[in-house]
Design a protein around this ligand. Sequence first.
Ligand code: SF4
Length: 438
Amino acid sequence: MDEDSGYDSDDALLELDGVTKYFGQDSGLLAGLEFEPDQFPPVNVNRETVKAVDDVSLEIQPGETLGLVGESGCGKSTLGRTILRLLEPTDGDIYFKGENLADLGGEELRRMRSDMQMIFQDPQSSLDPRMKVGQIIEEPMRAHDMLDDEGRRARAKELLEKVGLDPRHYNRHPHAFSGGQRQRINLARALSVDPDFVVCDEPVSALDVSIQAQVLNTMESLQEEFGLTYLFIAHDLSVIRHISDRVAVMYLGHIVELAEKEELFENPQHPYTRALLDSIPVPDPRENGVRGVLEGEVPSPVDPPSGCRFRTRCPRLIAPDAYDWSEEKWAQTRAFMRAVKRRSFEPMPAARIEAEFFDGDRPGGEAGSIVDEAIELVASDGSAGGNDDDETDRWVTATDLLLESFAEQSICAHERPAYDLESEHGNGDHFAACHLHR
Ligand code: SF4
């Protein structure tokens, strides 16, 4: 039990409830204003909002490492900074040791801030080149009025040793150290104020693979010695696998899967997690580089897809209930829809399209009529033939027809998925945001 706060260490150290962070693209005095001379008044206000983090809820237990993984731009770094209130949340609550950070101000917030530290990706730019290493490590202690000059110096030297550096290098400048050593200095600085919780934002991404493992091992020893809790942000699943107890997977501002490490790696239940795992390079000379790379671009966070945000790239998109499908016919139609959308095949006669995508047997009923119409539009011998401009229009029309008739009718487009599953490995919870588990 923490005497000051009443926090019981059996409770979650950190709890996020619906945490949301939106950025307006109109920050700045005149930003977002567009001049429109043909109207009165002759200006428009463009208030596009980037939905970087949207309604994230999770808990982190004392002493654990929660890995947070996802492609760049998925919102994971924004979430880390919002937790520490380096960015103000747009909505939602952040409880640290049972206290809502939004309710804290002044001295209480300052005290809580010393308990929550951050390590950044780039050890080069996050260390002031004019300061000596000792001063760098002592700076946060000074800011929090910790110890006197002598005490701070002794603690800085002790921490240098703890992170695997020579305390005699106390008076050196950061440029005298390698990338891995500079990240160790960052670690010592973060630990100087004796925090309970550290957000580690891609801390080893800039380092060579051989150095990465050494720094990760040091972080693990320090975690044990100082009783630290980590939120470890990375895009590299092998790094996440090395250090995490549980793993949260993030896509376009949402958490799409969260489970214990072994469960997530051995029994992934979200198509996005599976695609990420499939894209880990395999150290096998018979395998040719990266496998199963995700198709398509990540959609804009200004206007994310409705329902499941992964649906525009998902290879498992669920069949709309309105039609009578066999699994096989829906899988074929889905593949055809994607190929038309990406225009990934050369124009060819209708019979060949039918042979290539449907094994010569188009779906029946109303769905079949829609597929027929789309084939007619893109076939080289289709009845809607014309010049090159017409051809582009016909592919666009076929894409719209297929998406509106099928993709937009799927449950994946209408309801945001959230399911609690049974774990196959370990006893922990397994959350997957995918309607395949409905
Ligand atoms: S909900 Fe649908 S679109 Fe989303 S991951 Fe699951 S199957 Fe794919």
